[in-house]
Design a protein around this ligand. Structure first.
Ligand code: NAP
Length: 250
């Protein structure tokens, strides 16, 4: 008889959902997918989902113990560094096998006009010299950092609107949920006469069409580089994460 194992997937990403769906089919494995609760109406798929913060390393440690979690996969976005560090610390303390699922970063290719920068602060410094009309494609949480750039015009696209009373930069806010096709991205850039894009180097296919559209239209992309992540076992695709799970569930 096989013993049931419990895996916690830290998600909030397309890969997190794909992995959760495949992991649920592995015999002897019980899957919990964890979301931070940032999106008002998350697209809950069929797996067991919990929503909300844990309360730092102590809260996560307590949760892992209380829920008798045997394995943890961190499938969060590469810019979600706090939860990744928390997970690395908590699993080390409890000796729980830990895997990170991270799409490889996008690489600059022929025709790309990228300006690679470390963080939003550098973007803010260089942006006024680069363009007047900017597609600010960084999600909702960091829009406020750009609010003082009153001489620029921003196209912003987020799943939910920013919270009331949060300062946002001047421009147009579109609330839409991706993925978006290359055709959609190209026509968006053309419709709003976009002169530069600001993007995180998220990697993966889901948000890459805007980068292709920028290449085709000769538009510069200010590409924010990934912050440092814990140095742990990593895989870059969902199938490899499934194999890792299978190796523990037999
Ligand atoms: P973060 O800065 O690393 O997380 C901040 C805090 O939110 C964490 O310390 C943790 O709170 C809680 N948290 C984050 N992810 C969680 C999860 N999957 N389950 C439970 N609690 C979680 O992360 P973030 O950048 O705010 O991103 C939040 C979520 O959005 C992540 O799940 C990420 O995958 C997703 N996401 C982020 C981005 C991005 O650009 N950052 C883009 C797409 C999707 P406690 O310490 O209190 O436990």
């Amino acid at each position: 008889m096989t013993t049931q194992k419990r895996v916690l997937i830290l998600g909030g990403t397309g890969n997190g959902w794909k992995l959760a769906a495949l992991a649920t089919k592995i015999p002897g494995l019980e899957v919990i997918n964890s979301l931070a609760g940032r999106t008002r109406e998350p697209l809950i798929k069929s797996t067991h989902t919990r929503i909300g913060s844990f309360g730092g390393v102590p809260g996560l440690t307590e949760y892992l113990l209380a829920q008798k979690i045997d394995l943890l996969i961190d499938a969060t976005h590469p810019f979600a560094v706090q939860i990744s560090w928390n997970a690395a610390i908590a699993t080390s303390e409890l000796n729980i096998p830990h895997l990170m699922l991270i799409s490889p970063a996008w690489k600059k290719t022929e025709g790309d006009r990228w300006v690679e920068v470390e963080n939003n602060q550098t973007v803010i410094e260089i942006l006024p010299k680069l363009a007047q009309r900017v597609f600010l494609s960084i999600g909702r949480q960091e829009l406020a950092s750009y609010a003082h750039l009153q001489n620029l015009w921003f196209l912003m696209r987020t799943i939910d609107p920013p919270p009331l009373n949060t300062p946002v930069p001047p421009g147009k806010l579109l609330t839409r949920r991706g993925p978006f096709s290359l055709l959609e991205e190209r026509s968006l850039l053309e419709k709003y006469n976009i002169e530069a894009i600001v993007s995180k180097n998220s990697g993966g296919d889901a948000t890459y069409p805007k980068i292709i559209a920028a290449r085709e239209l000769g538009i510069p992309v200010v590409m924010i580089q990934r912050p440092p992540l814990p140095d742990r076992k990593q895989v870059t695709d969902v199938e490899s994460a499934v194999s890792w799970l299978r190796s523990y569930s037999n």
